[in-house]
Design a protein around this ligand. Structure first.
Ligand code: SF4
Ligand code: SF4
Length: 426
């Protein structure tokens, strides 16, 4: 890394020694898990580059944007509408973290039985290793699960710019009204932060940029229905993960270029696994960078992941926003229409999620579903067993896994996934 980056990180308040250690572990894991894959599409080179510069060039770009008067908003949930941030002259970045860090210190603030995603958020703040978080002018939390909403009470004391958005719990007319009121409040907060009023034109432009990004990811998802699968689940997950950090227009162009290449691969019958290799769908908790543990195990066993029913996957990008309204209120209504369909397990009841898992398994020709739950995540754990039972009744084998970010259960996970694949192969 250049000296410029080190100065930049220091100015952001990062702990350079701890940050060096994180980058070294991340680089090693990336090499072992990603670069070692065989028959990768050339288009993944762009994502390799983004990952190699995720704390370097991308942060420099964000700081340049700030110097030019733009603001950076960090978020932890796909319910935070990027369209509104863009319309208010802000850039939205995902802050969810997928690795354990400063664990002992985290346990001074959070109970041990907190999910790894939340602990990681705190670890990255307490360990001073996340330049995205430190570069954010406003951090948006949301009242989704109990773990998150209570942890924001504590996080609010560690960061100076936390904004908490309330969230409905039920898909009722009152729930929809609450979401709309919260989006209006968030728009006002973003306007106050940037000093820029959202207009019909700017919101339409924000919607167009995010729709294009989602449409590119829909295209990528659809191509994975081919057998042999033209791209690995690991690489597809990476593209989804990068969507939370990258410049939206550049990201969209890069995913579309990858899809052009995948179409040629499909026409030539070229895949990352032989035709007929076991195909699995992942469903459950989000997988933030660098949480690649389960997909890496699955694909090291000769299977291929063909879809992710995750917030870092189809749950996060399903449906586009209708941009035909001519008024600001009409566009906000359209935004709420789209976001209110997200079937996060924090909603009760939540039958749409199971329906989507079944739809995806069929669309991507999955032979089975892996339900992925983070330990101590009550919403997704509660939905796991009923989902597996319902899928089995429809002839779709399902395996429920519960894990965290540690590596000590990898052997056990491998054994269970191997047995599941044997069952599928038989
Ligand atoms: S799982 Fe729920 S709370 Fe978590 S990012 Fe997704 S929508 Fe938000
Ligand atoms: S993984 Fe579960 S417990 Fe953790 S933040 Fe998401 S919904 Fe909450």
């Amino acid at each position: 890394m250049s000296q410029d980056y080190r100065t930049m990180w220091k100015n952001l308040g990062l702990d350079l020694t701890a940050h060096d250690a994180l980058l070294s572990v991340l680089g090693q894991a990336y090499g072992d898990i990603y670069v070692s894959q065989k028959d990768r599409p050339a288009g993944m080179g762009y994502f390799d580059f983004v990952m190699s510069e995720v704390h370097g060039l991308r942060i420099k770009e964000l700081l340049d944007e700030k110097a030019a008067g733009r603001k950076i908003i960090g978020s932890y949930c796909v319910f935070v509408p990027e369209e509104i941030a863009l319309a208010a002259n802000a850039t939205l970045v995902g802050l969810c973290a997928g690795a354990d860090f400063a664990v002992d210190e985290v346990h001074r603030y959070l109970p041990r039985n907190t999910c790894a995603l939340i602990k990681s958020t705190f670890g990255f703040k307490l360990g001073k290793v996340c330049p995205f978080l430190e570069a954010s002018d406003m951090i948006v939390g949301e009242n989704t699960c109990d773990g998150k909403k209570k942890s924001y009470e504590i996080l609010g004391k560690l960061v100076k710019n936390l904004y908490v958005m309330d969230m409905p719990q039920m898909k009722s007319p009152e729930g929809r009204e609450l979401l709309k009121a919260e989006y209006v409040k968030f728009m006002e907060a973003a306007e106050k932060l940037t000093g820029v009023k959202v207009t019909v034109e700017s919101l339409k432009a924000g919607i167009a940029a995010v729709n294009a990004k989602r449409a590119a990811l829909h295209r990528l998802a659809a191509l994975r229905a081919a057998d042999p699968a033209p791209v690995s689940g690991l690489d597809s997950l990476l593209a989804n993960q990068v969507s939370f950090y990258d410049n939206p227009a550049r990201f969209t162009a890069s995913v579309n270029a990858l899809c052009d290449e995948l179409e040629k691969r499909i026409a030539a019958g070229q895949g990352v696994r032989p035709k007929g290799a076991p195909r699995l769908l992942l469903s459950g908790c989000p997988m933030a960078v660098p949480n690649w543990k389960v997909p890496a195990i699955v694909e090291s066993l000769g299977a291929v992941i063909v879809g992710e029913e995750l917030c870092t996957g189809e749950r996060g990008v399903r449906n586009l926003v209708d941009d035909s309204a001519k008024t600001l209120d009409g566009l906000l209504e359209a935004l709420v229409d789209r976001y209110f369909k997200i079937d996060c397990a924090v909603f009760t009841p939540n039958p749409e999620r199971l329906a989507h898992v079944e739809e995806m398994a069929k669309a991507y020709k999955a032979d089975g579903v892996l339900h992925y739950g983070l330990s101590f995540c009550t919403p997704y754990s509660m939905e796991a067993a009923p989902a597996a039972e319902a899928l089995s009744k429809k002839g779709i084998p399902a395996l429920c896994l519960e894990t965290d970010y540690a590596t000590d259960d990898m052997g056990q996970l491998k054994t269970r996934i191997e047995a599941f694949l044997e069952k599928i192969r038989a």
